[in-house]
Design a protein around this ligand. Structure first.
Ligand code: NCD
Length: 334
């Protein structure tokens, strides 16, 4: 049982909240945002807020635990923030960050890699892999909790948690607001996860702003329809400008060049949208601009100095969210 440092007993880190919460995430896999209910999300946010506000003793909360980071795709923010999160809670970390210098490059299967790592007494696996279904496959291959840090173009649930946490902090709510999603909605994995998470909230309106070739996938549309979420596809640039004044938040994604099965298709849409001062001039004065990063050329650096630029703070929010997740999954008292 985890406790506040210096305390003798079992005080939980949420002790300052009037209501006590059951830790519904203890021992759980985080594979898809479809698996969360609203209470799970609120629990993660409360623990993240509590950790951010500097609760004493959390730095020892995972002492004696081991976290494995297996990243078979490039990553800066997700890898580093999971690494820092685990270390700052006192856990040991083992990692494969460059598959080209691990036995994966010799043809070792994902299953064998996971079995090896499990054998070293690891308590939790954080996995990024180019294949859809990879996180679920690994979760079914091991008895320890698995966190999906990106499964091909399919999902990126911890990114959606930090995105939603950012919206809550900046807007003061996650219900009743309008969001534009602009860019590669077809291959971006942050988009489905964010849509699934927003669908647990009330009164969210989504505008999918992208050329037809980059429009949101059918599986996401179906999910939103089933959950009664109001959404609309916006394809033409003139229409995008017309929608801008309605938005509270604009979420931008880069074109996922590496996921195009045919590069001639990529050439057709390359450079087809850019978020700059001109586009923002059509929006509300306080419109928030988000981006999971990295950006390429779709988000002009001229936006960086505006109060509308939420994306660096968004990236920073990855740390408290990932600390909270590791804390709860590895058995923190909530
Ligand atoms: C995203 C990803 O890996 O899906 N990056 C991230 O985790 N912040 C977005 C992207 O690569 O475009």
């Amino acid at each position: 049982m985890l406790s506040r440092g210096g305390d003798s007993g079992n005080k939980n880190i949420l002790g300052s909240f009037p209501q006590q919460f059951e830790n519904t995430l203890a021992g759980r896999d985080i594979i898809s945002c479809r698996d969360f209910n609203r209470e799970d999300v609120e629990l993660v946010f409360r623990v993240a807020e509590e950790i951010e506000s500097g609760v004493a003793g959390v730095e020892d909360a995972l002492r004696g635990k081991k976290v494995a980071l297996i990243f078979a795709e490039p990553s800066t923010r997700t890898f580093q923030s999971f690494y820092v999160a685990a270390k700052s809670l006192g856990a040991d970390v083992i990692s494969i960050h460059d598959p080209s210098i691990s036995s994966m490059a010799k043809g070792e299967t994902l299953y064998d890699t996971v079995k090896m790592i499990e054998g070293y007494g690891v308590d939790c696996i954080v996995l990024r892999h180019p294949a859809r279904g990879s996180a679920k496959f690994v979760a079914e291959s091991t008895s320890i909790p698995v966190i999906n840090a990106g499964s091909g173009s399919q999902e990126h649930p911890t990114q959606a948690l930090l995105d939603t946490f950012t919206i809550k902090k900046k807007l003061g709510r996650v219900d009743n607001f309008s969001m534009g999603m602009l860019g590669d909605l077809r291959f971006s994995r942050t988009i489905p996860s964010l849509c699934y998470l927003l669908s647990k909230h009330d009164g969210v309106r989504i505008f999918f702003m992208a050329p037809e070739l980059l429009q949101v996938r059918r599986e996401v549309e179906l999910h939103l329809s089933q959950r009664g979420v109001v959404f609309r596809k916006v394809v033409k640039s003139e229409e995008i400008r017309e929608i801008m004044p309605e938005l509270d938040v604009l979420y931008v994604t880069r074109i996922q060049k590496e996921r195009f099965p045919d590069l001639t298709e990529y050439e057709k849409v390359k450079g087809s949208y850019i978020v700059d001062m001109k586009l923002l001039s059509y929006g509300k004065k306080e419109l928030g601009v988000m981006h999971p990063l990295p950006r390429v050329d779709e988000l002009s650096p001229e936006v960086d100095s505006l109060p509308n630029a939420w994306y660096f703070e968004q990236a920073r929010n990855g740390l408290p969210i990932r600390k909270a997740l590791l804390y709860l999954i590895l058995g923190g008292v909530a």
